[in-house]
Design a protein around this ligand. Structure first.
Ligand code: TXA
Ligand code: MG
Length: 318
C-alpha cells in the first residue's frame, strides 16, 4: 500500500448550496472531495488534471494500475471523452442517469488525465443520477474521476461516516447527503456490437441489459481480468474473517442475516434483494467495528442483484 503522508482536518458538511460551492472550489483547486452518488460515496477530483487524479490515488493508497470511473453530467460530455457506438447509445438511453458504467474507447483528443485510465486506451464513463454528484459536476464544470471513497481494498462507503472512518485525515472535505440508495457500486460493462461484456455485476442486472439491447450478456474472457484490475480477488475486505452461506448464527460471530431468523444485522428481513444491496456495506462496516472476532453471512439467493451482492461478499471473504 502506498504511503499516505497527509494529515488534514477533514470537514463533513451537510449538502446545501454553500457546501456545494465550497466543494466545487476545492475541485477546481485540484483537491479530492467525497460526494455521494446513488451507488456509494465517491472520492471525486477533476478528471482532466493529472495532479488532481494523483491525489485520489494517494488518499486511497490505491495501486496505481487500477483505473477510475469518470462521471459526466450528460451524454454530450461523454461524447467529448469517448467514442459512443450505437450499442452504448442504446444503453445510455435505457440506464442513464443511473448505476451503469461503460468502458469505451478514449477519443484521440480526450482531455481526461492518462492516470485516470491507468494508461489504458479505454475509459470507464458513468452518468450518475444523484443530485449532489450531478450538481458538483455542473458547478466544477469538468468531468469528475471518482472511485469509491474508501481506502484501497476496504469496504465501500454508503454513508459520510464510513468515508470519515476510512479517509479521515487524507481528504479535506466530505459532502454529506445521507445514506446512498442503491448501496452497491455500479454495473460495469464493455459494449460490443454483438454482446455486452459484464465486467462487474451491479444494480443494473444482466436481465435488464439483455432486455434493453436484445444482445447477450457475456462474461469477460481470461485476459480481461487484466483490463479490469479493480476486480482483485480480495477487495471490500473487513479486518476479520468472513464466512459466507451460513444459514444460522455461529458463536462469537457477528451474523449478517437475510430473511427471517436471528442475527446481529439483517440485510432484509423481508428477503428483498434490492433492500439487501442498499444495506450490505453498512452491515459489513458495523460487523467490522463490532467486538465479535468473526463475521458470518446468511446465504443470498443468486438471482438478479443477488449476483452483485454475492460478488462483493466473495471478495470480502477472500
Ligand atoms: O458506483 C460506482 O461505480 C462508484 C461510484 C463512486 O461511481 N465508483 C466505483 O469506482 O466503484 P471504483 O474505482 O471503486 O471501481 C471502478 C472499477 C474498478 O474495478 C476498475 O478496475 C474498473 O472500474 N475500471 C475503470 N476503468 C476501467 C477500464 N478502462 N477498463 C476496465 N475496467 C475499468
Ligand atoms: Mg471501490
Amino acid at each position: 500500500m502506498t504511503h499516505r503522508a497527509r494529515t488534514l482536518d477533514t470537514q463533513i458538511r451537510a449538502y446545501d448550496g454553500a457546501a456545494l460551492a465550497e466543494a466545487a472550489a476545492l475541485i477546481r483547486a485540484g483537491e479530492p472531495v467525497a460526494v455521494p452518488t446513488e451507488t456509494v460515496y465517491g472520492l471525486a477530483a477533476d478528471a482532466t488534471s493529472e495532479m488532481a487524479v494523483a491525489r485520489i490515488y494517494a488518499a486511497k493508497g490505491r495501486p496505481s494500475f487500477n483505473p477510475l470511473i469518470v462521471h459526466v453530467s450528460d451524454l454530450a460530455m461523454a461524447r467529448r471523452l469517448v467514442a459512443v457506438p450505437p450499442v452504448a447509445e442504446r444503453l445510455a438511453q435505457a440506464f442513464w442517469p443511473g448505476a451503469l458504467t461503460m468502458v469505451l474507447q478514449r477519443l484521440p483528443d480526450c482531455p481526461v488525465a492518462q492516470l485516470a485510465s491507468a494508461g489504458l486506451p479505454t475509459l470507464a464513463v458513468r452518468l450518475p443520477s444523484h443530485p449532489a454528484m450531478r450538481a458538483l459536476i455542473a458547478a466544477a464544470g469538468v468531468p469528475l474521476a471518482a472511485p469509491s471513497a474508501n481506502a484501497s481494498g476496504a469496504i465501500s462507503p454508503t454513508r459520510a461516516s464510513h468515508v470519515l472512518t476510512s479517509l479521515g485525515g487524507q481528504i479535506p472535505f466530505i459532502l454529506d447527503a445521507g445514506p446512498t440508495s442503491e448501496g452497491i457500486e455500479s454495473t460495469i460493462v464493455r459494449p460490443q456490437d454483438d454482446a455486452i461484456v459484464l465486467l462487474r455485476p451491479g444494480p443494473v442486472t444482466a436481465e435488464a441489459l439483455e432486455a434493453a439491447t436484445g444482445l447477450p450478456v457475456v462474461q469477460p474472457d481470461g485476459g480481461e481480468g487484466v483490463t479490469a484490475p479493480g476486480q482483485l480477488e480480495s477487495h471490500y475486505a473487513p479486518s476479520k474473517p468472513v464466512r459466507l452461506n451460513c444459514p444460522a448464527p455461529l458463536a462469537g460471530h457477528f451474523h449478517i442475516g437475510f430473511g427471517p431468523g436471528p442475527c446481529q444485522r439483517n440485510l432484509s428481513a423481508a428477503g428483498d434483494l434490492v433492500e439487501a444491496a442498499a444495506n450490505l456495506f453498512a452491515a459489513l462496516h458495523e460487523a467490522d467495528a463490532s467486538a465479535f472476532a468473526g463475521i458470518t453471512v446468511a446465504p443470498i439467493p443468486h438471482v438478479g442483484v443477488g449476483l452483485a451482492i454475492n460478488d462483493r461478499l466473495r471478495r470480502a471473504a477472500a
